[in-house]
Design a protein around this ligand. Structure first.
Ligand code: MLT
Ligand code: MN
Ligand code: ZN
Length: 305
């Protein structure tokens, strides 16, 4: 299985257009050891030709330009992207769909009922696409047992599960969480049996998740914040990381402690907010991750399982 990180940053990217935090300012000025990152998305293939895109980042056009296998190569209108799985309805995971509106072949969109509802009500993006390429929407089972395959993306199989989360700020049910607002997905390559767990938004590793996550050869999870109060401490937000659906890395019950429970498999943090000190390659926080063998995803990272 080939997993390619198209974008490793959380919403806003790194640097964020209006952000003057230590990291964003330092990246612009070249005074910190870090590299820029676009907003969170990966693509996965079981044959190297046909790809499933996980989330459509606002930066998707740049991401396609930077990764040749997604570019047209066979016909006058063409793409390596055969289908799109949306893990939630957040702006940073869906607005790239506007950029993928061209063509006469319908976009194959896999999402839960809750995400579909948000993307046809509070944010009408899937309705609007109907006036361009159109979409074929497919439901995603979220019981954690039902495996599904995607026609045109051979050799991959998927198992999705509902995660504790929050619907996006614009959602009609923002303050009333429903199963399916956010999912995690176990991606399996059929020919090799290799598996990758992907959950860029993960507020808590609830008891129903380890049976799935522990099957994975690579665990890619939410790397948004280092501390629960990161945004509060910087005066940027009044909410904690956990309350907006992101388990922080440090502290009791944090991602480092939780990932340690999964033993000696590859562990990668993705969807990293621009305020997070782990973006600085020489930071103390990054050194702590190193001791736990936890990697920090970057744009262009390839993971071959
Ligand atoms: C999130 O991951 O919490 C959201 O993408 C935040 C945002 O929309 O900026
Ligand atoms: Mn996000
Ligand atoms: Zn910043």
């Amino acid at each position: 299985m080939h997993i390619h990180v198209l974008g490793a940053a959380a919403g806003g990217g790194f640097p964020q257009w209006n952000c003057n935090c230590f990291n964003c300012d330092g990246l612009r000025k070249g005074t910190i050891k870090a590299t820029k990152r676009t907003q969170s998305s990966i693509c996965v293939s079981g044959d190297g030709v046909n790809w499933v895109l996980f989330n459509a980042s606002p930066d998707v056009l740049q991401q396609i330009q930077d990764f040749a296998p997604l570019q047209p190569g066979r016909a006058i209108r063409d793409s390596g992207i055969q289908a799109i799985i949306l893990i939630d309805a957040q702006i940073d995971h869906t607005t790239g769909l506007f950029m993928l509106r061209e063509g006469k072949v319908k976009r194959e969109i896999y999402c839960t009922d809750m995400v579909y509802e948000d993307l046809t009500s509070g944010n009408q993006i899937l309705n609007i696409l109907g006036h361009y390429c159109g979409i074929n929407r497919h439901d995603v089972p979220i019981d954690g047992n039902t495996r599904f395959e995607i026609p045109n993306v051979p050799n991959l199989r998927f198992t999705a599960v509902a995660l504790k989360s929050a619907a996006p700020p614009y959602s009609p049910h923002r303050n009333d969480p429903h199963p399916g607002d956010t999912i995690g997905v176990l991606i399996e390559e059929i020919s090799t049996g290799k598996k990758c767990w992907y959950s860029p938004g993960l507020a808590e590793i609830e008891p129903h998740l380890p049976p799935l996550m522990s099957q994975a050869d690579c665990i890619m999870v939410d790397g948004t914040f280092w501390t629960d109060t990161e945004m509060i401490d910087m005066g940027l937000m009044t909410k904690t990381a956990r309350s907006i659906g992101h388990n922080p890395q440090s502290g009791e019950g944090g991602m480092i402690e939780k990932l340690n429970e999964f033993g000696d498999v590859r562990k990668v943090l993705i969807h990293i907010n621009n305020t997070n000190p782990i973006l600085r390659e020489d930071s103390a926080e990054r050194a702590i991750l190193d001791t736990h063998k936890i990697e920090v995803a970057y744009d262009g990272m390839d993971i071959i399982l």
